[in-house]
Design a binder for this molecule. Sequence first.
Ligand code: FSO
Ligand code: SF4
Length: 549
Amino acid sequence: MGMFCNQCEQAAKGVGCEIMGVCGKNPEVAALQDLMLYGLKGLAIYADKARELGVKDEAIDLFMLEGLFTTVTNVDFDPVSIAGKLRTCFDLKEKAKSLYETAYREKSGGHAPAVAAPPASWVIAGDLEGLIKQGQEQGVKSQHSDPDILSAIEIVVFGLKGMAAYADHAHILGKKDDEVFALFHKALAATTDPAKGLMDFVGIAMEIGKINIKVMGMLNEGHVEHYGHPVPTRVQIGTRKNKGILVSGHDLRMLEELLKQTAGKGIDVYTHGEMLPAHGYPGLKKYPHLYGNFGGAWQDQAKEFPHFPGAIIFNTNCIQRPADSYKDRLFSWGQVGWPGIKHIAGWDFSEVINKALECPDLPDAPEKEILTGFGHNAVLGVADKVIAGVKAGAIKHFFLIGGCDGAKPGRNYYTELAEQVPNDCVILTLACGKYRFNKLEFGDIGGIPRLLDVGQCNDAYSALQIALALANAFNCGVNDLPLSIILSWYEQKAHVILLSLLHLGIKNIKIGPALPAYLSPNVLNFLVENFNIGQITTVEADLKAALGQ
Ligand code: FSO
Ligand code: SF4
């Protein structure tokens, strides 16, 4: 049984995973995820048509986010969980169809024209085996065969997946927006339209980049409304002797609930990976048992989790195959799933808490402290100092070194780059790529730390606000700032952030380690010609180019 998936930076041989996903996704799960995308396209066709007639449905809108998020890299590996979501997808597609047909009848008095073509006509197979077979037969077919159009469609679909993850986070914080829901349906439905051409899909990709900025703004607002603006905060790394729960992922609301439920229970809560910036939020740091940060980026989990003897919970990507040594104390939440791993549905974390209480104490092994909490509010709070530093020549250049970490050896580039950035330059960082260098000492320039941790990949909005405020202060465009953007990417959330940067017209971005496998040569040329986007080369050459030497 084969598969094909090329959506992340790990795509086998730089082309695609065909026998087994490098991420651990097997062909059965790949087929089910392909079928999910297929079913969602059917849902999108009817939801879009119903919306054109003025009818919308929140259950449909929200499922679109959850369904797409399920198929993001390193999220749901559990066939039973995906099969359950496929049944919901089918039911909602039928609901959208009936909403459309009823609205059509009411408006025009006649029957709605039938939409006979797949995937609108999808009828769900019965059992798990049937679903896998259906996924293999129907999952990845496209109405197009031109390689450039297929590439542009993948850019659209992967952009929607990344935006769905951010929109889902925003919704958990109470934020939603109709324009956002509308674009999900319209854009996904468009990918099934044989009449659409290359430039249509390029236009849709740019629209996704634009709307994603709105989504990231909503997410930022949700975080700030719930927990206040992040403030610079020292975070303890390592562990101390006590019971412990480690929280991995990106969801701050889930962390907050866990902190409430563990208060006074003799348990310390630790952040892992992308949860690190949680320590900077006043509404979360007020819990004294939010003790510290454990481990490095996601790809080190199997090596590090055996040394964390407490309970561990993943609330979003990036989960990897759990080792036997810790899988009985591992939990998933939200859209995350792994077969055999206990999933917590809803907001009651008693099982996780009981498991932590049963587990032995963590070792008494505190390490150093690191700094986080430099969201745009904190950085712009010292904007005068930063601007004066630039004007006086004390700060020569800014480097935004952000994005995802990953397992490939080529990612040492980002450590070496950060180390070799000259002492009169400031590094802004965000997302899990920072673990390549966030425990090194960078010192400061006139009291401004040389390494500023802006937050999660979910905080890309904050980095953007900093860049826009600097451009405003210097009365120029972002492209004219002494700023170089050097990104590391891994999955579809990084991909949609890139679409947002392109929508803003930001040029000269370097990405790595590898370029996306789904860019056809012509589409890549288009990006180079219009945005001068490029792959990272060597640290020396990229630094020279950035500093104009
Ligand atoms: Fe990293 Fe994973 Fe945050 Fe991604 S933890 S790789 S782009 O999911 O989302 O940065
Ligand atoms: Fe391969 Fe990435 Fe797809 Fe996993 S998500 S199967 S690693 S391309």
